[in-house]
Design a protein around this ligand. Structure first.
Ligand code: ADP
Ligand code: MG
Length: 321
């Protein structure tokens, strides 16, 4: 099968590649064309997943398809952007029709779930890697950035933390667990749900936001730095699932929530007056700490003691100074 037949069969023919809101021209030309309503800005983000680095190889291609798009769309959620479209740059060592079919099915399932259309890409031969670029729209001035946190704000997250990190030893076949524990953890790892609706609900309310991909402690550093504030995380307030607690125990579960990655839950800062109305409307907003004057991120115990660990999260190129 040649490059063009591959593109046609697995990607151009997929239901998620048949156009949609904001897609003026999809796959097949030199560029796709997106239409933005007046007064809106284009939000763009790219994520690359490399075999053996970001996912085990081999792994289930359907699950990889879901996950590869979910992690990219999560960045749109974190900006409060409305999803429009995505492109896929696929590098693969061989044309394995069964693998491509199931990868495309997983991708398609997540695309329909998130309301994004596949509008283009690139297909090349080489070690397996996937680069997904997502496009969204957001009214000018309403994007949720990392730089607006204010002393006095609450530090909040949009759901349970640590489930995907807890799933990792199961994904890598290093540990086993009964189905009641393994299934919910693995679902979080393979099929993260980008918090798009929450991102939209936070427009004009949250003062800063991001999605947690490298662990809450490490990611909060970005908000602290961009906003020139200090974030205080209360270890006792981290929302943990019963499956994670049963699998790891309280202490390790809290460490997974703080320093494990792959949650794709929103973390954001909120003026205190915004909390109750959001919760009353049913939004999953959990307070895990607060914003203070100063810099950096500190973790405190219930007595207020600083218990910040030295190693915070995963970095591909760790600074040595
Ligand atoms: P060009 O040579 O102009 O870059 P290509 O020949 O690479 O275009 O691709 C032909 C068309 O197919 C383009 O519209 C491109 O966006 C699309 N495409 C290529 N690979 C993929 C893919 N993996 N998924 C979706 N669309 C793809
Ligand atoms: Mg090309």
């Amino acid at each position: 099968m040649g490059e063009f037949e591959l593109i046609r069969t697995f990607f151009a023919a997929a239901p998620c590649a048949q156009g949609g809101e904001g897609i003026a021209l999809g796959i097949g030309d030199d560029c796709a064309l997106l239409a933005l309503p007046p007064g809106e800005q284009l939000a763009i983000s790219t994520d690359t997943l490399v075999a053996g680095v970001h996912f085990a190889d081999p792994c289930d291609p359907f699950l990889l398809g879901q996950r590869s798009l979910a992690v990219a769309v999560s960045d749109l959620a974190a900006m409060g952007a409305h999803p429009l479209a995505f492109t896929l740059a696929l590098t693969t060592p061989t044309v394995d029709a069964d693998w491509l079919q199931r990868y495309a099915q997983g991708l398609n399932a997540m695309a329909l779930n998130c309301g994004v259309g596949l509008v283009g890409g690139d297909t090349t031969r080489g070690p397996l890697s996937l680069t997904l670029t997502v496009f969204g729209r957001v009214p000018a001035g309403l994007a949720l950035t990392r730089h607006g946190a204010q002393p006095g704000d609450l530090l909040c997250v949009g759901g349970e933390l640590g489930n995907a990190a807890g799933a990792l030893p199961l994904v890598l076949n290093q540990r086993t667990a009964p189905a009641a524990i393994a299934e919910p953890l693995l679902a979080h790892y393979w099929s993260p749900q980008p918090q798009l609706a929450l991102g939209l609900a936070l427009r004009g309310k949250a003062t800063s936001a991001m999605d947690v991909s490298d662990g809450l402690l490490a990611d909060c550093e970005h908000i602290a730095k961009a906003s020139a504030v200090r974030l205080v995380i209360e270890r006792q307030r981290l929302p943990l699932s019963s499956a994670l607690l049963a699998f790891l125990g309280d202490d390790e579960a809290r460490s997974a929530a703080l320093s494990g990655g792959d949650d794709y839950v929103l973390a954001f800062t909120l003026p205190p007056a915004e909390l109750v109305p959001l919760q009353a409307d049913g939004w999953p907003v959990q307070v895990v700490g607060r914003v203070e004057q100063g810099q950096g991120v500190v973790l405190v115990d219930p007595a207020g003691q600083d218990i910040t660990p030295v190693i915070r999260g995963y970095q591909h190129f760790r600074e040595t100074h």
